[in-house]
Design a protein. Structure first.
Length: 87
C-alpha cells in the first residue's frame, strides 16, 4: 500500500468516511475532523509509518508539520521518512 493510500485510509477512518471520499485537496476541517481527531490521526500516522511527527497539538500553527491538506500531510510524511537513517 502506498503512503498516499495509507494516509487516506487513516484520515477516512478518523472522519468516518470511505477512502474514496477523501481527496488530495481535502482539509481535515472539511472532512469533519476536530482537534481530538487530528491528534488521533497524528498518532495513527506515527504508528503506521514508524516516524515521529513534529506536531504540537497545543500550538498547531507553529508546527514544522503542515496539516493544511491531505496532500501536504502526505508530503510531510514522505519527507520525514526520507530523513530517517536506513536500517
Amino acid at each position: 500500500m502506498s503512503v498516499k493510500d495509507q494516509v487516506i485510509a487513516i484520515i477516512a477512518d478518523q472522519a468516518l468516511l470511505e477512502p474514496e471520499d477523501v481527496t488530495m485537496d481535502s482539509t481535515l476541517e472539511s472532512l469533519g475532523i476536530d482537534s481530538l481527531g487530528l491528534v488521533e490521526s497524528i498518532f495513527a500516522i506515527e504508528e503506521a509509518f514508524d516516524i515521529t511527527v513534529p506536531f504540537n497539538a497545543n500550538n498547531p500553527t507553529e508546527s514544522d508539520f503542515d496539516i493544511t491538506s491531505v496532500e501536504t500531510i502526505i508530503a510531510g510524511i514522505e519527507r520525514l521518512r526520507s530523513e530517517q537513517p536506513s536500517t
